[in-house]
Design a protein around this ligand. Structure first.
Ligand SMILES: CC(C)(COP(=O)(O)OP(=O)(O)OC[C@H]1O[C@@H](n2cnc3c(N)ncnc32)[C@H](O)[C@@H]1OP(=O)(O)O)[C@@H](O)C(=O)NCCC(=O)NCCS
Length: 197
């Protein structure tokens, strides 16, 4: 799909955009922060790997089934990188996708992830017309599943010891949002019209 009209995507404080070369250093800094990487699959990202990753996602088309698209999250005022979010349309069903998000530690606790994923969900439901979006969260990654609940995703399952992860079996929660949930969550209910007395 041509994403010229999808990215960049603006929210009140942020811009979701393609990565650029200036992002390599801040990207490396948060990827190699053990607190940020604790519940993520990666470890020890080199400068060459970061450059290659960014190049790959600069060229990756939007919404190709089976392929992750990693999107840079930057501050609108400065264009500086805060983190990234990502989605992958399912290889076997183009109406469903999985999402994820990462922020540098110094940008936690300010609502940036909520704001960025609200923008991403708007793109997935309103523009790509998806039916269902899912996310997995390690049960111990409380910030992650609290974020998903804040966004209105619903916990559908507790998967017991479902993931071999950094030397241990981890329990995961499965969260999901349907397009109808998104409509309810993102559009305030129409106020009832007061009848003349
Ligand atoms: C998952 C992750 C992005 C969540 O970050 P976060 O800072 O908790 O989420 P937000 O940016 O939405 O901020 C929400 C927090 O800021 C507070 N906040 C401040 N201003 C806010 C605002 N304007 N809007 C919403 N929340 C706001 C909220 O109260 C909340 O704090 P609380 O959890 O103590 O109640 C972050 O922990 C992270 O990057 N972890 C490492 C990567 C990872 O594990 N990702 C998940 C797997 S994909």
């Amino acid at each position: 799909m041509n994403d010229a009209d999808l990215l960049p995507l603006h929210t009140p404080r942020l811009v979701l955009r393609r990565f650029d070369e200036a992002d390599v250093q801040p990207f490396l800094a948060y990827r190699n922060d053990p607190v940020v990487a604790r519940y993520q699959s990666w470890e020890n990202c080199s400068a060459a790997e970061a450059t290659e990753f960014i190049r790959h996602h600069q060229l990756q088309q939007t919404g190709v089934p089976g392929h992750w698209l990693q999107i840079a999250i930057a501050l609108k005022d400065t264009n500086s990188l805060l983190g990234d979010c990502a989605f992958q349309v399912q290889a076997d069903d183009p109406h469903q996708a999985m999402i994820g998000v990462t922020l540098a530690r110094e940008h936690h606790g300010q609502g940036f992830a909520t704001e960025a994923l609200s923008g991403l969900l708007e793109m997935l439901f309103d523009h790509l017309k998806l039916h269902r979006v899912i996310a997995n969260a390690d049960v111990e990654n409380v910030a992650s599943w609290k974020l998903l609940e804040r966004l209105g995703l619903k916990r559908e399952a507790h998967l017991r010891l479902s993931l071999w992860f950094k030397g241990r079996w981890a329990d995961e929660y499965l969260y999901a949002m349907l397009s109808e949930d998104w409509i309810r969550h993102s559009r305030p209910a129409t106020p009832s019209v007061a009848r003349p007395g």
